[in-house]
Design a protein around this ligand. Structure first.
Ligand code: DGY
Length: 326
């Protein structure tokens, strides 16, 4: 009997073509109507799921009695109920590494756009405001030579730090669970407590996965510790930052601004944040380039096929489900 793959997002049909003989492939596409309804109709057939950006837990997966593996096209896996997957012995894989540089590019785009007020001044020019030279109230702040604070110097954090240090002559501070002697040597990165990082950095960038420990990592107390000229850049996950506390800090001018790719609720059609001139907002596009999303999909497909073919997938998030079987 052929196994069934349900591809629910982020996979180009051409990637699946070579596997059509071996697998039943159900590709959910907006052309066929509501994706949620298609998902509910297909899920009971699935041996493997591939896609990204969908919350999956008991309710969504209960009828998926055949399900062996979910291959997520994302590095973060906070969308999945890991305890439930483990209880069902369903493998979960992600796509680390291939998005590090692209996500770091986006972090830097937000640093520059926020510091130099690019979207705000772009809108001003296009709206016909540029009838005389800008005045001081429209000046931005420097990026080069400033202090870049990275909370969680993993691979994406390191890619951001490299851009800051090597491209912009910034000093790099970092906090987190472990010291990174290699990066200290390569970039002169300084390991400090989170409080020292917040008090001394011009740009504060949390780059941590969303877990019970990192939820609300940056809240009222942390904003109070930041420099008044400090800028928060969030490309990790929305709930890592207490959004209400962020809004209050911005309103009170306790910090200079924020560059945001992620939010507590996504998608987010409206928010106070969208009305603030000193906030640059983009709609969760950290990894969203053609090249990187293709690389992520290819890596996820590899993981999926390994799982369905009885091998141990390369990027297995929950090896405990295998109990030494592969
Ligand atoms: C990820 O891979 O986790 C990015 O946030 C894109 O979804």
């Amino acid at each position: 009997m052929k196994k069934t793959i349900v591809a629910f997002s982020r996979v180009h049909p051409s990637m699946l073509l070579p596997y059509e003989e071996k697998y039943n492939i159900i590709l959910l596409t907006p052309e066929h109507g509501d994706i949620d309804a298609q998902f509910r109709a297909a899920i009971h057939k699935a041996h493997g799921l591939i896609g990204g950006n969908r919350r999956l837990g008991k309710v969504e997966l209960e009828s998926a009695k055949n399900l062996e593996i979910i291959s997520s096209i994302s590095v973060g896996y906070d969308n999945y109920d890991l305890d439930y997957l483990n209880s069902r012995k369903i493998m979960l894989t992600n796509t680390p590494d291939v998005l590090n540089e692209t996500t770091a590019d986006l972090a830097f785009a937000l640093i520059l756009a926020t510091a130099r007020r690019i979207p705000e001044l772009d809108a001003w020019v296009k709206e016909g405001g540029w009838t005389k030279s800008i005045d001081e109230s429209q000046f931005g702040c420097d990026v080069h030579g400033k202090a870049l604070g990275i909370i969680g110097l993993g691979k994406i954090g390191a890619a951001i730090a490299r851009r800051g240090r090597l491209g912009f002559g910034m000093s790099v501070l970092y906090s987190g669970n472990s010291r990174k002697p290699d990066l200290e040597q390569e970039l002169g990165a300084q390991y400090v407590s989170q409080e020292v990082l917040l008090r001394t950095s011009d740009f504060v960038c949390p780059v941590v996965p969303l877990t019970s420990k990192t939820r609300g990592l940056i809240g009222t107390q942390e904003f109070a510790q930041m420099k008044q000229n400090g800028i928060l850049i969030n490309i990790s996950r929305g709930p890592v930052v207490d959004e209400e506390a962020l809004i209050k800090a911005l309103e009170a001018k306790a910090i200079r601004g924020a560059g945001l790719d992620v939010y507590v609720r996504e998608p987010l059609p409206d928010s106070k944040l969208f009305k603030m001139r000193n906030v640059v907002t983009v709609p969760h596009i950290g990894s969203a380039t053609e090249e990187t999303r293709n690389a992520m999909a290819a890596r996820a497909l590899g993981n999926l096929l390994m799982g369905l073919e009885g091998q141990r997938p390369r990027d297995l998030v929950n090896p405990e489900v295998l109990c030494g079987n592969r």
